[in-house]
Design a protein around this ligand. Structure first.
Ligand code: RIB
Ligand code: CA
Length: 324
C-alpha cells in the first residue's frame, strides 16, 4: 500500500490457543494496525498458560515490546472448562517454543485495557478472541472507556450450530453472562461466528506455504497448524482445522474481508440444552433492534493472503506490499 494511512490502534484479548496465536501474528504483523497491548483470559487453557503462550508468540514475532497483562482466570459465573483436547496441555502444543524474552506487566488485564483505551489519542478497536470475561468487566467496571472504544470485534457464537454444545460456541459457552453484557453494551460490535470461521481451513497447501516462507516463524506456524489439524480431525472429524480467531483481526484490517448483516443477537442464559447459544435473528422475527454486525460471508483467499503476508513480514522475508 503506498497511500498514507494511520495505523488503527487495537487491543487484543485472547486465550492462546493455536488460532489465537495466528490472530496475534496478524495483529502484530500488518502495518495497518498498531497493537497497543494484549490481554489474556482463561479459556482454551488456564490463565497462566494462555498468558505464557501470548508472551511466547509475541517474543517469537519480535513484538516482545507489546505489553501483555493477565486478566480473569475464570468465567463470571460457574467454573472454567479448558479445551485441552484441542490445544493440548500447554495450550499451544506442537512446536517447541522458546522461553519468552519478556514477562507480563504487573497489572490486571482489565486495568491494562482501561489504561490503553483512555490513553489513546484515537478510539481503540477491541478484538476479542476468547471468552469475553475481561471485556465484560471492562465495560461494566469502567464505563468511562466507552467513548474511546471504536468497535468491539469478537470471534464467537454462530448463526447456526455450535462446537462445544450442539448450539453453543466455545467462547460464548465458556462465559455466557460476559457475552450477554458485551452484546447489550450498545457499543458497535462485530460478531465473527463459526458459520464463517469454518470456511478458513488450514489445508495442507497452507501448511506448506508456511513452511515455504523459510523462516522459524513460518515453521512454527506450520507446526501449530499440523497439531491443530490432528486434534480437529480426532475430535470433530474435520479434514483441516478452521482458524477462527485471525478472521476477527482481518475484519479490522480490511472490513471487506467479511460480509456482515446488522441484526439482533441474544445470548441464551437459561436454556437447559442451549445455554451459551447465540440466538441470531437473521430474519428479524423478534422485532428487536439490531445490536451486532454479524458475519455471514468471508473472502477466504483474501484472508489467507493477509495472514501469510503478516507472517512473512514478521519473519523478515521481503514480499509484495500488503494487498487484499
Ligand atoms: O470456538 C472457537 C474459539 O474458541 C476460538 O477462539 C478458539 O481459540 C477458542 O477460544
Ligand atoms: Ca481463542
Amino acid at each position: 500500500m503506498n497511500e498514507r494511512y494511520a495505523a488503527r490502534p487495537v487491543v487484543v484479548d485472547c486465550d492462546p490457543g493455536h488460532d489465537d496465536a495466528l490472530a496475534l501474528l496478524l495483529a502484530a504483523g500488518d502495518p495497518r494496525l498498531r497493537l497497543l497491548g494484549v490481554t489474556t483470559v482463561a479459556g482454551n487453557q488456564t490463565l497462566d498458560k494462555t498468558t505464557r503462550n501470548a508472551l511466547r508468540i509475541l517474543s517469537l514475532a519480535g513484538a516482545a515490546d507489546v505489553p501483555v497483562a493477565a486478566g480473569c482466570d475464570r468465567p463470571l459465573v460457574g467454573e472454567l472448562t479448558v479445551a485441552e483436547d484441542i490445544h493440548g496441555p500447554s495450550g499451544l502444543d506442537g512446536p517447541d517454543l522458546d522461553v519468552p524474552v519478556a514477562g507480563a506487566v504487573d497489572v490486571h488485564g482489565v486495568e491494562l485495557m482501561r489504561r490503553l483505551i483512555v490513553g489513546s489519542a484515537e478510539p481503540v478497536t477491541l478484538i476479542a478472541t476468547g471468552p469475553l470475561t475481561n471485556v465484560a468487566l471492562l465495560l461494566r467496571g469502567h464505563p468511562e472507556v466507552a467513548p474511546n472504544v471504536r468497535r468491539v470485534v469478537l470471534m464467537g457464537g454462530s448463526t447456526d450450530r455450535g462446537n462445544t454444545t450442539p448450539y453453543g460456541e466455545f467462547n460464548i459457552v465458556t462465559d455466557p453472562e460476559a457475552a450477554d453484557i458485551v452484546l447489550r453494551s450498545g457499543l458497535p460490535t462485530t460478531m465473527i461466528g463459526l458459520n464463517v470461521t469454518h470456511r478458513a481451513l488450514a489445508t495442507t497447501e497452507i501448511i506448506a506455504e508456511f513452511h515455504g516462507l523459510g523462516t522459524r516463524l513460518g515453521a512454527v506456524c506450520a507446526d501449530l497448524m499440523t497439531f491443530f489439524a490432528g486434534t480437529y480431525h480426532r475430535v470433530f472429524g474435520f479434514e483441516h482445522p478452521p482458524v477462527h480467531d485471525p478472521i476477527a483481526v482481518a475484519a479490522v484490517i480490511d472490513p471487506s474481508i467479511v460480509r456482515t448483516v446488522a441484526v439482533p443477537v441474544a445470548v441464551e442464559l437459561t436454556g437447559t440444552y442451549t445455554r451459551g447459544a447465540t440466538v441470531v435473528d437473521l430474519h428479524r422475527r423478534t422485532g428487536r433492534d439490531p445490536n451486532a454486525d454479524v458475519a455471514v460471508g468471508l473472502e477466504v483467499a483474501a484472508f489467507w493472503r493477509l495472514l501469510m503476508a503478516a507472517v512473512r513480514r514478521l519473519g523478515g522475508v521481503p514480499g509484495p506490499a500488503a494487498r487484499r
